[in-house]
Write a protein that binds this ligand. Sequence first.
Ligand code: FPP
Length: 234
Amino acid sequence: MSETLCKHIAIIMDGNGRWAKKRGMPRSFGHKKGAENVVKITRAMKESGVKYLTLYAFSTENWQRSADEVAALMQLLRDYLDKEFKEIMENNVRIIFIGERDMLAKDIQQKINEVETKSAGNTALTLCIALSYGSRQEILAATKRAMALAVEDKLSADDLSAEVFSSLLYTDGIPDPDILIRTSGEQRISNYLLWQLAYTELFFTNTLWPDFEKEELMDIIAKFNNRERRYGKN
Ligand code: FPP
């Protein structure tokens, strides 16, 4: 495969519930298949040469789902971190989390701190998991930090550039996504990376997340590379 021009892909993994419903199964079964697909797509991403993958695993709005569904999603995350950590390390993958950590159970907070620390030196792929994440909340938190810095005389209004503001977001140090993919036919951004998506190419597919495969991912990357070679960034 020729070298990709794409550094960062962000995905809204939608459609787990509908995938399960079509099979007469509970929503939690769809999430389980969705989590299995996270592993497959992460492997494919590493092969593709893309350096950053950001996945929307749980939004701030998702806390409003039924207690059972929230518990099932949190358990899947625990299982994922326990089972996949070995492969993550063997594959030189760095894992980071963005979102409101305080909202998460203490054991999950500990686990994510631990995997972030242990994988911090890995360089093949950065897997960024958006967990208890909301983009407006992130922008507000960054604004509050900028205001606090101003009060301490460490930042002036004149010095607050787009670069400085970016460095106050959870995604500090991560390039903006080149590609956003949303599965399941919905065409919304859903409070995801609103600042970071300013110049991102958007790809919407009807495929439900558990059915989204490597071939479709490679097809999207190829389309992006073609457009980029023809038109460049604008
Ligand atoms: C949207 O499907 C998906 C989610 C709310 C959660 C995504 C979570 C996973 C793929 C599994 C856990 C992740 C990791 C990293 C282990 P939906 O339930 O809104 O589907 P629907 O729109 O068809 O109801």
